[in-house]
Design a protein around this ligand. Structure first.
Ligand code: NDP
Length: 283
């Protein structure tokens, strides 16, 4: 079984970002990571996003709010970030606490700064197959990894476990654009194991630690694990049991070291693209 490693894909994306930056006459794009509260997974994603932007030659600031911030204050502050000409892109860490109206905030975010594709305009573009917007970084990371390893997608049967707006649904649209034949599974899917075994490409995005075992994998499948979970021993693990899946699959992504590493690289690439198009509009 071949391991599909995120670091190699991320290095290729870095080269692209460097090319984009070289055309910006020394301008350094700036990302704002907006966080509410101190959830450990938010802190960990924020840390890796900040580090990745710096590593790729860009800048990033963290804007944090207390977990009990009220909607009026958040709306005002978020508008300020949205309109701040020094900020090229925004990453809003979600889910937000219940007192904040996430739908309203998603509608507020300026589409040109919406690097993780959460506003209606960018979501619509993903569904239309229009690449001028920003797709959610994790969904795009899956496509980038498969393409970087030159895995053909056209005509392939792809099965995704998970239908969230963050991963499953946008990924289904991106795979369709690549002419794969896509099945999206969820908690009401019947005979899940049998459906998954049909997938020449199998993507796990269920948020259930090591749920996908070899029983779910077809012989020779390409297995992609999007999951990021902490197991009962406090260790990071995916939604797949790699030892078990690896007995059936031809190729698989590890966790850590797989899709997660590509996701922040895609975020960096989105930031460079956002900055380039904002500069172009200004000039
Ligand atoms: P959600 O909890 O929002 O969605 C999970 C989806 O999986 C739902 O559609 C749910 O179905 C489905 N599901 C859950 N359990 C089962 C089951 N037993 N059988 C079939 N389907 C099931 O999760 P996210 O999409 O936000 O995240 C998925 C995973 O990806 C998580 O592990 C998360 O940590 C990780 N993640 C990783 C990122 C990265 O950069 N690598 C970024 C974002 C997320 P239903 O709709 O019926 O409830």
């Amino acid at each position: 079984m071949v391991l599909l490693k995120g670091a190699e894909v991320s290095a290729k994306i870095r080269e692209e970002v460097e090319r984009q930056l070289a055309a910006m006459d020394g301008y350094v794009p700036v990302l704002a990571v907006v966080r509410v509260g101190e959830r450990p997974d938010d802190l960990s994603y924020e840390k890796s996003a900040l580090a990745r932007m710096k590593k790729f030659g860009m800048d990033a600031v963290s804007v944090s709010f207390p977990a009990d911030v009220d909607m009026e204050v958040f709306r005002r502050e978020f508008s300020g970030i949205n309109e701040d000409p020094r900020i090229d892109g925004i990453l809003l860490l979600r889910p937000l606490p219940p007192q904040l109206d996430e739908k309203e905030i998603r509608r507020m975010i300026c589409p040109e700064k919406d690097l993780d594709g959460i506003c209606p305009e960018n979501i619509a573009k993903v569904f239309e197959g229009d690449e001028t917007g920003f797709a959610p970084c994790t969904a795009e990371a899956v496509i980038r990894l498969l393409k970087a390893y030159e895995i053909p997608l056209e005509g392939k049967r792809a099965v995704i476990v998970g239908r969230s707006m963050v991963v499953g649904r946008p990924l289904a649209m991106l795979l369709l654009k690549e002419n794969a034949t896509v099945t999206v599974c969820h908690t009401r899917t019947k005979e899940l194991e049998a459906v998954c075994r049909q997938g020449e490409i199998l993507v796990a995005a269920a948020g259930r630690p090591r749920m996908i075992t070899g029983e779910f994998a077809g012989d020779g499948a390409i297995a992609v694990d999007v999951g990021i979970n902490v197991d009962e021993n406090g260790n990071l693990c995916g939604d797949m049991d790699l030892d078990s899946v690896g007995k059936k699959a031809a190729m698989a992504t590890p966790v850590p070291g797989g899709i997660g590493a590509v996701t922040t690289a895609v975020l960096a690439e989105h930031l460079a693209r956002a900055a380039a198009s904002r500069r172009k509009k200004r000039n």
